[in-house]
Ligand binder design. Structure first.
Ligand code: UDP
Length: 241
């Protein structure tokens, strides 16, 4: 276990992508039934006024630094943070290794049809991969037992849940015992990107640490959420003692 960095109360793991992958692999082998979270600035800001989310993040096995904002905050607070570990990239790394390890992956979330398209994409990108089941992310509370049953029956090693923040974290945490899946990860828009429904920022924008701006431009309804970023910067700065 590496170092955790406290950013506005959320304890984020100071890990590289390679270390995060290695830790997830260990959890899969140990079949512990853990939750992995990918913390960007927006998620951390939300946790500051959502006590349940804060508690879940701090109980998660691993919280990776997703996004330039999280990496900046850790460094601004005087801690080492090796690199950004985006949830999308972590999911791809795990899927790339899954065939040789014989690991099964379940896609849960996004609009009807998206997870199936993402499955076709995964099968093309990672030959031999077993996407053992899919389920869209729009459901009523009373559908939960049936969803859990279908996930259990598919026996995945990794459950990728794309229900948005904080729904995915809360659902995975609440149902972790019933699910019995070794590793569950909240992956936000990952299935949308894989299915081609949503684009990721071009590499130059990611390198310029502007992925957040790209997402805000592409989804105007999210633009309001961009305000969380300057607020995040101010809060992190104020928390520096
Ligand atoms: N989503 C879902 N169920 C819901 C709400 C959202 O499956 O009840 C999906 C949505 O279709 C999208 C994903 O969750 O594929 C992530 O949504 P968003 O980009 O709003 O979330 P965030 O950026 O907060 O992870």
């Amino acid at each position: 276990m590496g170092t955790k960095v406290n950013i506005l109360g959320v304890h984020v793991d100071a890990v590289t992508m390679a270390e995060a992958v290695a830790q997830v692999e260990m959890c899969i082998m140990a079949k512990k039934g853990v939750l992995i979270a990918t913390a960007n600035a927006e998620m951390i800001m939300r946790a500051t006024h959502d006590a349940e989310l804060m508690e879940i993040l701090n109980a998660a096995e691993l919280v990776v630094p997703d996004g330039a904002g999280t990496v900046w905050a850790a460094r601004h607070l005087g801690h080492a943070m090796p690199e950004r570990v985006a949830g999308y990239d972590l999911a791809q790394e795990l899927m790339r290794k899954a065939p040789e390890e014989g690991q099964r992956v379940f896609f849960f979330g996004s609009a009807p049809g998206v997870a199936e398209k993402a499955k076709v994409k995964a099968e093309a990108l990672y030959p031999g991969i077993s996407i053992c089941g899919t389920r869209n992310g729009f459901f009523k509370e009373e559908d939960t037992p049936a969803i859990i049953e279908s996930i259990r029956a598919a026996e995945p090693d990794i459950l990728l849940a794309a229900l948005g923040v904080p729904k995915q974290e809360k659902w995975l945490w609440k149902n972790r015992t019933a699910l019995g899946v070794p590793v569950s990860i909240g992956v936000g828009g990952t299935l949308d990107v894989m299915a081609g429904v949503m684009k990721r920022a071009p590499h130059w924008m990611q390198r310029a640490k502007l992925e957040w701006l790209f997402r805000g431009m592409l989804q105007p309804k999210r633009a309001g959420r961009l305000l969380a970023l300057p607020e995040f910067v101010l809060k992190v700065h104020a928390s520096k003692s």
